[in-house]
Design a protein around this ligand. Structure first.
Ligand code: IPM
Ligand code: MG
Length: 366
């Protein structure tokens, strides 16, 4: 069995460094207890890299990431770089690393844990029991099509963003989704805009063709506007949703909020094989950066996904997740989850409670 794993850690901007630090402590505890070594190698990305290296995705960062077994990322972005041209924005670093590492399958689970039912802005009876996996295509579509600005013959400024998908790109994300659905409730909803977009009509055609290979999974199609509506009307009808890049960006934020706080949601961006990049769904929250109050749980849960998908450490991944829920069940909350009655914990305090609980859980395992 492999005993040494390399993890590229890219904290990024805003609250990134604070939350990533807590997740790294969790990973280190797992390694220590399991008797394996996690080599942690830090790299810069986003605004932090723009300031230091003049580019949001330095070659050195890509080199570190490619040499690693998995990548843990915090968040990128902030007002400081908002006026920069597109290629010098922090987001370009994130998009660049997704493309360069072939991270085409973005898994964004939105699971409502019973302790957080009250934190949702929707009625408890609507959201209790929600457990949705949003699978977002991550390296194609309008995010990566040709972009241009030009002036029309009558002197008006115009802009184009091209939305391109080829059938191979559609097929591989559909296959990942069918496999996931197969291990869940065997219901896959493919979301598109086939009543308007040609790329969506191709998407639907490929989805129908691939579905023949997964007779045990029920595939249905839903238009994206309808899906947005159904997600808030009756979210429990969904199990696995698969959709293209931009629709997935929007719907995954929406699905996230069903569960109470975007501060709880983890994500995995997977390449072919076991390599992946793991990051919280939430952003860099510049308004609270450096204050030590950010919720580290989504990043800790992302580390759990890393253990599961990239290292095959299912038991440890589950122990990390159970520890997070146990801490919440005991009533501990960071500010984003607090209802104002109890004390809101800081980032390090919350991280430490998870570590204490995990330490107990791991002792029971070995
Ligand atoms: C996300 C984010 C990114 C995206 C931004 C920061 C480029 O919103 O991961 O969902 O649009 O993909
Ligand atoms: Mg987004």
């Amino acid at each position: 069995m492999k005993t040494t794993y390399t993890i590229a850690v890219l904290p990024g901007d805003g609250i990134g460094p604070e939350i990533v630090a807590e997740a790294v402590k969790v990973l280190s505890l797992v390694a220590e207890r399991k008797g394996v070594t996690f080599n942690i190698v830090h790299g810069r990305i986003g605004g932090a890299a723009i300031d230091e290296d003049g580019t949001p995705l330095p070659d050195e960062t890509l080199r570190i990431a490619k040499a690693a077994d998995a990548v843990l990322l915090g968040a990128v972005g902030g007002p400081k770089w908002d006026q920069n041209p597109g290629h010098l924005r922090p987001e370009a670093g994130l998009l660049g690393i997704r493309k360069a590492l072939g991270l085409f399958a973005n898994l964004r689970p939105a699971t409502m844990h019973p302790v957080l039912v009250e934190a949702s802005s929707l009625k408890p009876e609507v959201v209790a029991g929600v457990d949705i996996m949003v699978v977002r295509e991550l390296t194609g579509g309008i995010y990566f099509g040709e972009k241009k600005r030009y002036t029309t013959d009558d002197g008006k400024e115009a802009a184009v963003d091209q939305l391109v998908y080829n059938e191979d790109e559609i097929e591989r994300i559909l296959r990942v989704s069918f496999e996931i659905a197969r291990n869940r409730k065997k219901q896959l909803v493919s979301v598109d805009k086939a009543n308007v977009l040609e790329s969506s009509r191709l998407w639907r055609k490929v989805a129908d063709r691939i579905s023949a290979d997964y007779p045990d999974v029920a595939l249905s199609h839903m238009l994206v506007d309808s899906c947005a509506m159904q997600l808030v009307r009756a979210p429990k009808q969904f199990d696995v949703i698969v959709t293209e890049n931009m629709f997935g960006d929007i719907l995954s934020d929406q699905a996230a909020m069903l569960t109470g706080s975007i501060g709880m949601l983890a994500s995995a961006s997977l390449a072919e094989g076991s390599f992946g990049l793991y990051e919280p769904v939430h952003g860099s929250a510049p308004d609270i950066a450096g204050k030590g109050i950010a919720n580290p749980l989504a990043t800790i849960l992302s580390a759990a996904m890393l253990l599961r998908h990239s290292f095959g450490m299912e038991t440890e991944a589950t122990a990390v997740e159970q520890s997070v829920w146990a801490v919440l069940e005991a009533g501990h909350r960071t500010g984003d989850l607090a209802d104002g009655t109890g004390k809101a914990l800081g980032t390090v305090e919350m991280g430490q409670l998870v570590l204490d609980e995990l330490s107990k859980q791991l002792a029971n395992i070995s």
